[in-house]
Design a protein around this ligand. Structure first.
Ligand code: NAD
Ligand code: TDX
Length: 352
């Protein structure tokens, strides 16, 4: 199996690539990533010399490049994670999101269709697995959960671009019989997450005694899932998911932002031997995010019922593992926050 994983130098993608490289030595894993600010080869340094792994630098939005890449490598299956992923950045630069998330996904779909159009799939091994988000369903009030049949109602340029890509994936299934699977996951946390997202940003700022910017009143609710559990769900869905189906993935673990930040402050006080209450003094309420979705909550009972997946650890355990990882990997955090890793790649991949 020649398996293409896109976005494998990013946060979730790096965990997925590692899992597949280590667990499936019989697969050839190709990691296609354009190494944007969010892509960091340090995230997968430990597996880069594996015999079944190859890194390719390239832009999914570049149509000719993608077409040639597919013709040259004849991929059997794809797990597509590459995306612009940060809501705040989508508010300042929406077009970048349209380009990568919409056009990029369309290019991959088209190239897959060209490659697999002869219907020569006697081993049923072709699969276009698209990784999406719960944000496509919009915003909930204080009750209810998103199911796989909740109508789409995206509200940020990020979620609208992800919703567009989901629609394209389903259109290719219905129109061209492309063998697709989609999953929509809730907020992830864990090692190697870029410190612009809530949890690593707060850990970093607490450690450095910097203000902790909580948007609005901190009343917004998110459902958090440990990234390794998301990678396990992706593994399950890739191998056992039914073509044409959608699966919601969630942690059944809702937190109001302010409660989560307070919890992190208490945990960090213990880890850093600070007086209880020290870190919470850094909390600063700031201007709310434009169009800030109030609440996300995922019903992942279909995935449990049909494919027998559920989270492996509690949030308390996962968060402590995550805090310990960031405290023990100061060098990674320094490189990322200083932007040094970007200079390194610009040199390494110049003129390729
Ligand atoms: P990330 O921003 O950490 O990583 C994205 C990766 O994609 C980076 O390595 C980047 O270099 C690469 N990339 C960006 N533009 C590219 C392009 N044009 N061509 C090739 N590569 C490109 O993102 P993440 O948080 O790991 O999210 C991965 C996927 O999972 C995304 O599709 C996202 O929408 C989805 N998702 C994320 C979460 C979450 O909580 N982070 C939750 C649900 C779904
Ligand atoms: O500094 C902050 N202060 C703050 O209050 C940041 C960065 C965020 N927040 C709030 C906004 C959200 O309510 O915390 C919550 C989480 O914010 P993010 O980490 O930016 O995540 P979110 O906007 O919920 O989107 C995430 O989950 C779904 C990912 O970034 C997406 O890629 C994924 O699809």
């Amino acid at each position: 199996m020649k398996l293409l994983i896109t976005g494998g130098a990013g946060f979730i993608g790096s965990h997925v690539v590692r899992r597949f490289v280590l667990n499936y030595p019989q697969y050839l894993i190709y990691n296609l990533d354009n190494l944007t600010y969010a892509g960091n080869l340090e995230n997968i340094r430990d597996i880069e010399d594996a015999a079944n792994y190859k890194f390719i630098k390239g832009d999914i939005a570049d149509e000719a490049f993608i077409r040639n890449l597919f013709q040259e490598n004849q991929f059997d299956a794809i797990i597509h994670l590459a995306a612009e992923s940060h809501v705040d950045r989508s508010i300042t630069n929406p077009l970048e999101f349209v380009k990568t998330n919409v056009l990029g996904t369309a290019n991959l779909l088209n190239a897959s269709r060209m490659l697999w159009r002869d219907g020569n799939d006697e081993n049923n091994k072709h699969r276009f697995y698209h990784i999406s988000t719960d944000e496509v369903y919009g915003s909930l009030g204080s009750t209810g959960h998103f199911t796989e049949t909740t109508p789409y109602d995206p509200r940020s340029p990020y979620s609208a671009s992800k919703a567009s890509s989901d629609h394209l994936v389903r259109a290719y299934y219905h129109t061209f019989k492309l063998p697709v699977v989609i999953s929509n996951c809730s907020n992830n946390y864990g090692a190697y997450q870029f410190p612009e997202k809530l949890i690593p940003l707060m850990i970093h700022n607490i450690k450095n005694n910097k203000p902790l910017p909580v948007y609005g009143k901190g009343e917004n609710v998110r459902d958090w899932l440990w990234v390794n559990d998301h990678a396990a769900a992706i593994d399950t869905i890739f191998h056992k998911g039914v073509i044409g189906e959608t699966y919601n993935i969630g942690g059944n673990n809702e937190w109001k932002n302010i409660d989560l930040v307070m919890y992190l402050c208490r945990l960090m006080d213990q880890k850093l031997n600070r007086e209880p209450g020290t870190s919470a003094k850094l909390i600063t309420f700031v201007k709310d995010r434009a169009g800030h979705d109030l609440r996300y909550a995922i019903d992942s009972s279909k995935l449990k019922r049909e494919l027998n997946w559920e989270p492996s650890i509690t949030f308390e355990t996962g968060l402590e593992l995550t805090v310990d990882w960031y405290l023990n990997n100061q060098e990674w955090l320094d490189e990322v926050t200083s932007g040094n890793y970007l200079k390194y790649y610009q040199n390494q991949y110049m003129n390729r």
